[in-house]
Design a binder for this molecule. Structure first.
Ligand SMILES: *Cc1c(COP(=O)(O)O)cnc(C)c1O
Length: 362
């Protein structure tokens, strides 16, 4: 038996022991100068990771969903609308968050498994003005990496519309260019391709966003960006931050930047190619549209009619586990995450164990 179960599910993912251990340092007070140093030390690393020099990166004591709420709530004025691009469960849920916060929501859809094309966005923006456009880069329910760089080209024609991008399951596994793409709010959780434990989230926020927030009434309390900004300029957070997770993030970002962002993206692409080649060889069909396959997560159709919980019971004995589908394609797909600090050799081990399981069925 393996000493633990390695998670090939799309979050939380395996966290390396050194990073888990980084959390066990003695606590520091969050109003101390040591904390301000920690906060300040994280900032340039986070900005490098998001590829932003113009903006700032807030630390949220929440999972990524908290920044959905923060973005929806701070970026859309009364009587104005937000357009959500929806082709999967996560994008659908964010649209729901906007609606639940009283915002007027329009939805631009594509079939699940397909990418929403930049031309569709261009058409939608010709018909209606929006305070914000919200999209998901890597749709974790379908395994599609949406063409955000293409949306960015379209958005450049609409300087009064904020561009909000969820990069949760792609961040540090696929390229994200906040300044170049003109992203106003770029949000991520910790427990996906960053390979940290869950419970902390990061959002890169532009000056334009803060200008907008000043015109928005009822921004709420916990996720009000103007409150976050007041603390941010003092290298602090309004409420108690997840200090242990920040220790871990500090070390993990050092190691990620030492690996090099481009090397890291290349490693993810390699794992994607390996996973596709293997999945196709054993008879799976891809669920995601060709040309838009995610580098961090492969979603296949369950065309081999696998009982995923039985397969996971078998895989757990070998110290690994994969994921069933999510949302309305829960039983029709299987998801294999290859994100974070996952290495090609871990994928090889997963493929071998999965094939052993498939052989028990025949
Ligand atoms: C996991 C995920 C979320 C939700 O993040 P939490 O950290 O669980 O709140 C949002 N968007 C995408 C694309 C995700 O994969």
């Amino acid at each position: 038996m393996a000493d633990h179960v390695r998670l090939f599910i799309p979050g939380p993912v395996e966290v390396r022991k050194e990073i888990l251990d980084a959390q066990s340092r003695w606590m520091i007070g969050h109003r101390s100068s040591e904390f301000a140093d920690l906060y300040a030390r994280l900032q340039p690393k986070l900005k490098q990771a998001f590829k932003t020099e113009k903006g700032r990166v807030y630390t949220y004591t929440s999972s990524g969903s908290g920044i959905w709420e923060s973005a929806s709530r701070n970026c859309v004025r009364d009587g104005k609308k937000i357009l959500h691009l929806v082709a999967g469960a996560f994008a659908e849920r964010w649209a729901g968050v906007s609606a639940e916060n009283g915002k007027e929501v329009d939805v631009l859809e594509a079939e699940w498994g397909q990418a929403i094309k930049p031309e569709q966005l261009a058409d939608a923006l010709k018909k209606q003005t929006y305070d914000a456009v919200a999209c998901v880069y890597n749709e974790t329910s379908t395994g599609v990496l949406h063409p955000v760089a293409g949306y960015a080209e379209v958005m450049k024609n609409y300087p009064d519309t904020l561009f909000l991008v969820d990069v949760v399951s792609a961040f540090l596994g696929a390229d994200v260019r906040v300044d170049e793409w003109g992203i106003d709010v770029c949000l991520t959780s910790s427990q996906k391709a960053m390979a940290l434990p869950p419970g902390i989230a990061f959002g890169a926020v532009s000056d334009r966003t803060l200008e907008r927030a000043r015109e928005v009434k009822n921004r709420g309390y916990y996720f009000d960006m103007l409150t976050l900004e007041k603390s941010h300029v003092k290298n602090n957070t309004p409420a108690t931050p997840p200090i242990a997770l920040m220790f871990a993030a500090d070390q993990q970002l050092d190691e990620i930047l030492a690996e090099g962002l481009e090397n890291r993206f290349a490693r993810h692409l390699k794992m994607r190619e390996m996973t596709h080649a293997w999945a196709t060889r054993v008879g799976f069909e891809m669920f995601s549209e060709d040309g838009y396959h995610s580098p961090t997560l492969t979603t296949v159709k369950n065309n081999l009619n696998i009982d995923v919980s039985a397969m996971n019971k078998f895989l757990r004995q070998r110290g690994m586990v994969v994921s069933n589908g999510y949302g309305k394609v829960k039983d029709k797909t299987i998801r294999i995450a290859h994100m974070g600090d996952c290495q090609p050799e871990h994928m090889e081990a997963l493929f071998a164990a999965t094939e052993d399981y498939l052989n028990t069925r025949s």
